[in-house]
Design a protein around this ligand. Structure first.
Ligand SMILES: Nc1ncnc2c1ncn2[C@@H]1O[C@H](COP(=O)(O)OP(=O)(O)O)[C@@H](O)[C@H]1O
Ligand SMILES: [Mg+2]
Length: 306
């Protein structure tokens, strides 16, 4: 296993802030003096575009690392305009990797193997995952030491979370010792002024305790604007609330976390089983949408996207 601290932003839900977090956490870590590699593992290439690069301008991308044995990570890495931040870009070709790798044995280990080749060149690697639990995300889970799960504070915040946690648990069994040490839930799109957003935040903290990052990411229009300028918000609007939030997240992640006896996904799942009805009460979800059996049998494990 690579000893490189590797942080995946993961959640099979789209639009919850994975890419925004991957870009800005990477930039904030680089700002602290760390040498950072950001891997764009979503065929939509939003991290590549968000850093001002044209996805179709690269002779080789992370796709080649995963599908061609002769291509090393160092062959595809490019510099960015941010000091100490490098990018392993991708483009839409990466979508073909899911199918192409389907029958390859050890297909979940390819990214981790690629990362071993650059572990001395970087202090931290950040991986931006696609909104699915397919082979690309499984590669990220196997290669990662830390998972940051952005959770948008709204009605369906915890939808799909159980499936993600089950997948991490299965990864742990298949790939022993699995290198995932920490899983943190990151509250995104937080609006301190709305009662609803405050309630959701309080509920999440009372249920999941220290598994929720102390740092929250507020809803901030600068975060939506920055990608069109091709810059992290830390460069685009360095004094914005958004830049301050992501600097705080980087600082929190760099603190040494004490190792918990119980795997984090089990702790989160236990919280969900005990308290899931509390999460869905009151302002969370209209009565008609509540599940009659919120702690019922788990869906069978499947690698398909949701
Ligand atoms: N905290 C935020 N405040 C305002 N807009 C945000 C915030 N986080 C993300 N966005 C915007 O929301 C959209 C979805 O975010 P993104 O990071 O791309 O999600 P994901 O990668 O999970 O699909 C993007 O347009 C992004 O610019
Ligand atoms: Mg994304």
């Amino acid at each position: 296993m690579s000893s490189l601290k590797t942080i995946a932003t993961v959640n099979q839900k789209g639009g919850c802030g994975k890419t925004t977090t991957a870009i800005n956490l990477s930039a904030a870590l680089a700002e602290t003096g760390k040498r950072v590699l950001l891997i764009d593992l979503d065929p939509q290439a939003h991290a590549t575009i968000g850093l001002g690069r044209d996805p179709n301008s690269f002779p080789r991308t992370i796709y080649d690392v995963l599908t061609k044995p002769g291509v090393a990570m160092a062959d595809v890495v490019v510099r960015t305009t941010i000091d100490r931040l490098d990018l392993a870009p991708c483009n839409v070709l990466l979508a073909g990797a899911e199918l192409q790798l389907a029958t390859v044995s050890g297909k979940e280990l390819l990214l981790g193997a690629g990362l071993r080749g650059v572990r001395d060149a970087y202090d931290v690697c950040v991986i931006d995952c696609p909104p699915s639990l397919g082979i690309l995300t499984l590669n990220a889970l196997v290669a990662s030491t830390d998972l940051v799960v952005p959770v948008q504070v709204h009605y369906y915040a915890l939808e799909g979370l159980r499936r993600l946690l089950d997948t991490v648990g299965i990864m742990r069994q298949w790939f022993h010792p699995c290198s995932v040490e920490n899983i943190g839930l990151l509250l995104t799109f937080v609006e301190e002024r709305t009662t609803f957003s405050r309630q959701v935040q309080q509920q999440m903290r009372s249920i999941f305790g220290d598994l929720v990052f102390e740092t929250v990411i507020h809803r901030n229009v600068r975060l939506a604007e920055a990608p069109s300028a091709g810059e992290p918000v830390l460069r685009y609007a360095p004094h914005s609330k958004a830049a301050i939030d992501y600097r705080a997240l980087a600082a929190e992640i760099l603190q040494v976390a004490p190792q918990a006896a119980e795997p984090a996904e089990d702790r989160i799942r236990r919280g969900m089983q005990k308290q899931v009805s509390a999460i869905f009460q009151g302002a969370w979800i209209p009565r008609r949408q509540r599940s009659p059996n919120p702690v019922g049998p788990r869906p069978p494990f499947s690698l398909e996207s949701t």
